[in-house]
Ligand binder design. Structure first.
Ligand code: SAM
Length: 278
């Protein structure tokens, strides 16, 4: 089959969607789905149920404003916007930001060629970007290393109702774990490969604690099969909960106990953000 439904694609793809997939390079000249495009495609499609839920839980009379951080080649934004726009009457405003001018240009060209007026791409470092209006959903798919922290802090700063992060290459913490000599963690940190895994786990746990401290309900789950990407863990936050003081205490004591210096922590200070605890 040309567009396998087992990927989670709608059975009948519109001609516009097929054209977009060709422009994004998912489909060969012969009209076949490329093998190397399947992984990214499935990652994108796995966002669909999450976004449908957002659409159902937000004000149906208002536009849905999405900020995508580290938009790269535009696979996530352009395709997700296309799929969602075909199944909802809601107006969706999608802004993708990336610090690579070349990639932003590429995305703009595709958006222009597709005649997409609700999608725009801007060249910016995530934290330097100033939003024109309220943002309901902030996304960050594979924003490398501490770029995910920039996305998280941007989400807190603009009070995005939903923050969906799929982190990748979390290097910052693992590099600092080499010096741990005592306690249970030293058993893991003594080995390079295990230290890397521990660094990833700690980094994402600290991100989760920060979201909880700021009043987000957080889920952490495998949003797509590991066969599609080994960076398949999503941290999904929805605001509206009471800020969790225990999470804040756990965050601070973990940093202190392990002597960690985090970009996340520095960015929170830089932007004057602290949890709104009673
Ligand atoms: C691994 S790619 C992921 C791209 C896309 N989200 C995807 O999953 O296909 C990471 C992207 O992050 C961008 N990036 C890295 N640091 C950034 C920052 N601080 N601000 C904005 N973009 C950044 C890079 O230019 C690159 O396009």
């Amino acid at each position: 089959m040309l567009y396998p439904v087992e990927l989670g694609l709608p059975e009948e793809l519109s001609e516009e969607t097929k054209r977009l997939m060709r422009l994004l390079g998912h489909v060969s000249r012969q009209g076949r789905l490329r093998e190397d495009g399947r992984d990214k495609l499935e990652q994108v499609i796995s966002f669909l149920p999450l976004m449908r839920k957002v659409l159902s839980k937000t004000n149906k009379r208002k536009s849905l404003n999405v900020l995508e951080c580290a938009s790269g080649k535009g696979h996530l934004g352009l395709l997700l916007n296309q799929f969602l726009s075909e199944e909802t009457d809601r107006e969706i405003n999608w802004v993708g930001i990336d610090n690579s001018e070349k990639l932003v240009k590429k995305c703009r060209n595709i958006a222009e060629e597709m005649g997409l007026e609700n999608v725009e791409y801007r060249t910016s470092r995530i934290l330097d970007y100033t939003c024109d209006g309220p943002i309901h959903v902030l996304l960050g798919l594979h924003a490398c290393d501490t770029a995910t922290d920039e996305a998280l802090v941007k989400g807190l700063e603009i009070r995005a109702r939903y923050i969906f992060l799929v982190p990748c290459c979390q290097r910052e913490v693992s590099g600092q774990l080499a010096g741990i000599e005592n306690g249970v963690l030293a058993v893991i940190a003594g080995n390079y490969t295990h230290r890397k895994v521990l660094g990833t786990l700690l980094t994402d746990s600290l991100r989760r604690l920060i979201l909880e401290s700021f009043g987000y309900e957080v889920d952490v789950f495998e949003y797509v099969s590991v066969r599609r990407t080994e960076k398949n863990i999503m941290i999904r936050g929805e605001s509206g909960k009471v800020p969790d003081e225990n999470s804040w205490v756990a965050y601070r004591s973990t940093l202190e106990e392990l002597g960690l210096r985090l970009t996340l922590d520095e960015l929170l200070v830089e932007r004057g953000l602290s949890p709104p605890l009673e």
